[in-house]
Each structure stands twice: as structure tokens, then as C-alpha cells.
Design a protein around this ligand. Structure first.
Ligand code: PLP
Length: 456
């Protein structure tokens, strides 16, 4: 441990990291991030790094927004905390609920607060089942989710998600979950047209509903675009067909918008991008631009009316539901997004430029296919793109590429053999130019590494 800095030593000795092999990390030491500004972060060694992931899909307004720090400071001095359990509320929570309702699609006008996406998902799972119990059908308790979905890391989130690596730890999972295939066209369906494949994947929902029995199903849940699964952009035909099937069998439609919400896809919500009106949506990450932990569930009239008319407490909530400081920061985030027309800017200007740069990069010999929408993209790295041959399992191509990026001033995340970009929504064209120059350079370094290893 002698090569480690003081912070790294402390970290290695006391800190258990999420989604990390801590034993291995402790030997080499975690990279210490010390400050950030705009779309850049700096590490302890003084390296300036362009953050192509907006933190973890969240810092949509970029780093160093003084207005967000100031509202938090003022709110802490006025009312740092009070709960919303005791028939009490606070100004920021009420105003934030209204502000969220002003941007959600359809009739999603009632807001329940949580502190993380995972908690929002737990809330949805309990609320969906509770709704059917109120309706006199407590047996309607199965939730249908998808392979390779990510819905957070609490027990409910991990159970609903479709990540094998998560399912095998901490089992048994929450019962009452059924699963269908994901709409990953390049990986699983490119013998069909995208349109046709989208319909096939959506109809897998109908088959599953009939198998489970329509009268046992509470809800279907999916991310408009799968994020942690590698940025899987569904065919355009997929979501409208999913919605049609949910309506046909009277099943609640839930969109997990934790990544897609707040402008990522070029609309306020991914549901608008795909033309659907869910009964509930979860949101977190971009809600406060990552400046403080806060999450929410937007509930449509169907469920909200039933809950409000039902003369009984909803026995669910978090100590920090509607936390005034987090709420004030989220409120300010939404105000800034409206003032600076961030969503319109993504849709009309910066996403088209991002797509143009991605199309140029796609001629790189390692890139088999690019999934893209708005300001998010996933690139499939292939050993041979003409024959669609992936790298063998012992070549961790994603990690090789990610490490080259990190060491050369760029953050791109690796999910298996897919490289992910999800930059701050405020990124400029000049910064995108820099990002793509670095990305190409790092892909070249990755190519050289695999050639050296004899894996090409
Ligand atoms: C990140 C994420 C979650 C979990 O959010 P946390 O704040 O990490 O608990 C849930 N769903 C989706 C789609 C996510 O991307």
C-alpha cells in the first residue's frame, strides 16, 4: 500500500465500494476525484477528465452550478429538515411536486417522494400491488419486467431488474415477478427488420400475460431506453405496442425514467419520446442534476384517485421523503432547465450534433453498431464487425477501453463489451469535438492492446 496517497489508504482500509471487487481495488487504490467544473472532473494527481457519463447519468446541468449550492445553503439555514409524515409539509416539497407535475406526460400529476431510484422502484412495486388490493383484486400481484433491465439495487430493485450477477447474490429474490426478453435489435434480432423485431418483443409481453393469467398481473415495468444494460434503444414500434397490450389486459404500465427523465432523450421524459402515457413513472438522477439525493414517483389519476378515495393510510414512506433541502435543489434544477431551455437545446441542437459525431466514429474497426437517442449512446465493440463476431469472454474489451479512456482524460463507461456515453446535457459542440477526438484515440489504443494480446 506504500504507493497509495493518504486518502486512498483511508479508503482502502475503511470504505466498501458499490458494484466493486473491493479486495482488488484496495491493492491498486481508488482514483480520488477532488473537484469538478462544467463537464470536467479533476483527480488527485491533477488530471483533468472530460466526464462523458455526467457522473452516473445524473449531472445533467454540469458541475459547479452556484445557484444550486445557494438554494441548498439558504434552505439549510431556514429549515434543514422536517418530515412529511405528521400531517405536515414544507414549501419546497409542495412546490417541487407542482413543478414535476408541470413537465410529466399525460395525467401523472401526483408525486410521491423518495431519495433514490431504488426507493422509487420499491414504492412503485408496493403501490401497484396495493392499488389492486384496493380494487378488490389482491391476487393481481405479479409484475412483469425484462431481461437485462436495471431497476436499482435494493431487494425489490434487484429482483425486478434482469441482471444475473445481481440475482445470484443475496437471494432469494422478491416473489411475484415474471420476465420477458429485451428489445435488443442488433444483438438479438437483426435477422428481422427493426420494426418487426420491436413488435415481436412487445408481443412477448402478451404471451407472458396469457401464461401468468391476465387476472394475476399487476403491472409491466420497463426503462424507455435500458441504461445500465448497455443503452439498448428499442425499435420505434416497441413501446406503442407494449402500451396497447397493457391497455388490452387492463395492466398498469410503468416507465422507469430514472435515466431517461429530465431531458436525456430530447424530451422531458422518455415516455414522450416514445409516445406513451404510463400509469406511473419513477425519476431520480437528473431530478436534482445529482447535486443531492432525491427521487420521485409520478402517479397518474387511475392509481392516485383510488389511493385518495381509499379511506386508509398508505403505510409506506421514507424519513427523508420530501426533504426540504433536496427538494429546493431539485426545484431550482427544473427552473434552470426551463430558463435555459435545456430540453429544447438537446432535442434541436446538441443531440443532432452528437449523432453526427457518433456516425463518424462508427467507421472505427472495433465498433459493430451504435445505439443512440437524444444525448445517450451505447457502442457494441466487436472482434470482427463484418461477421458480427464478438471478442471471446477472456478478453475484457470494455474494461480495456474504459481504462484507456480514464488514463487519457475521458470517462466512458463499459457495460460488458458496450461503451456508454451519457454526457451532461449542457455539453457544447466544442466539448463534443474534444470528446470524440479522445474517444477515437482511446479506441485506437484499445485496438493496439488487443493486437498486442494476440486477440485479433
Ligand atoms: C440508476 C437507476 C436506478 C436506481 O437508482 P439509484 O438512485 O441508484 O437507487 C433505477 N432505475 C434505473 C433505470 C436506473 O438507471
Amino acid at each position: 500500500m506504500s504507493h497509495l496517497t493518504e486518502i486512498q489508504k483511508e479508503d482502502a482500509q475503511y470504505h466498501l465500494h458499490p458494484f466493486t471487487n473491493t479486495g482488488r481495488l484496495n491493492k491498486k487504490g481508488a482514483r480520488v476525484i477532488t473537484r469538478a467544473e462544467g463537464v470536467y472532473i479533476w483527480d488527485e494527481g491533477g488530471q483533468k477528465i472530460l466526464d462523458g457519463m455526467a457522473g452516473l447519468w445524473c449531472v445533467n446541468l454540469g458541475y459547479g452550478r452556484k445557484e444550486l449550492a445557494e438554494v441548498a445553503y439558504e434552505q439549510m439555514n431556514t429549515l434543514p429538515y422536517y418530515n412529511t409524515f405528521f400531517q405536515t409539509t414544507n414549501g419546497p416539497a409542495a412546490a417541487l411536486a407542482k413543478a414535476i407535475a408541470s413537465v410529466t406526460p399525460g395525467d401523472l400529476n401526483h408525486i410521491f417522494f423518495a431519495n433514490s431510484g431504488s426507493e422509487a422502484i420499491d414504492t412503485i412495486m408496493r403501490l401497484a400491488r396495493h392499488y389492486w388490493a384496493i380494487k378488490g383484486k389482491p391476487y393481481r400481484n405479479v409484475l412483469i419486467a425484462r431481461d437485462n433491465a436495471y431497476h436499482g439495487s435494493t431487494l425489490a430493485g434487484a429482483s425486478l431488474g434482469g441482471m444475473g450477477g445481481m440475482h445470484k447474490q443475496g437471494a432469494p429474490l422478491v416473489p411475484g415477478i415474471a420476465r420477458i426478453r429485451q428489445p435488443y435489435w442488433y444483438g438479438e434480432g437483426s435477422d428481422m427488420s427493426e420494426e418487426e423485431f420491436g413488435l415481436v418483443c412487445a408481443r412477448a409481453l402478451e404471451e407472458k400475460i396469457l401464461e401468468v393469467g391476465p387476472d394475476n398481473v399487476a403491472a409491466f415495468i420497463g426503462e424507455p431506453i435500458q441504461g445500465a444494460g448497455g443503452v439498448i434503444v428499442p425499435p420505434e414500434s416497441y413501446w406503442p405496442e407494449i402500451q396497447r397490450i397493457c391497455r388490452k389486459y387492463d395492466i398498469l404500465l410503468v416507465a422507469d425514467e430514472v435515466i431517461c427523465g429530465f431531458g436525456r432523450t430530447g424530451n422531458w421524459f422518455g415516455s414522450q419520446t416514445y409516445g406513451i402515457e404510463p400509469d406511473m413513472i419513477s425519476m431520480a438522477k437528473g431530478l436534482s442534476s445529482g447535486y443531492l439525493p432525491i427521487a420521485a414517483v409520478a402517479v397518474g389519476n387511475r392509481v392516485a384517485d383510488a389511493l385518495i378515495a381509499h379511506d386508509e393510510d398508505f403505510n409506506h414512506g421514507y424519513t427523508y421523503s420530501g426533504h426540504p433541502v433536496a427538494a429546493s435543489v431539485a426545484l431550482k434544477t427544473i427552473e434552470i432547465m426551463k430558463e435555459e431551455k435545456i430540453v429544447e437545446r438537446v432535442r434541436d441542437k446538441i443531440a443532432p450534433y452528437f449523432h453526427k459525431k457518433l456516425d463518424e466514429l462508427a467507421d472505427h474497426p472495433l465498433i459493430g453498431h451504435v445505439d443512440k437517442k437524444g444525448l445517450v449512446a451505447g457502442m457494441a465493440l466487436m472482434k470482427d464487425k463484418a461477421s458480427k463476431t464478438p471478442f471471446p469472454a477472456d478478453v475484457d474489451i470494455g474494461i480495456i477501453c474504459r481504462d484507456h479512456c480514464f488514463n487519457n482524460g475521458l470517462i466512458m463507461r463499459a457495460t460488458g463489451s458496450r461503451m456508454i456515453l451519457s454526457p451532461p446535457l449542457v455539453i457544447t459542440e466544442a466539448e463534443l469535438d474534444e470528446l470524440f477526438i479522445k474517444a477515437r484515440h482511446c479506441l485506437d489504443l484499445t485496438l493496439a492492446s488487443v493486437q498486442e494480446m494476440g486477440a485479433l
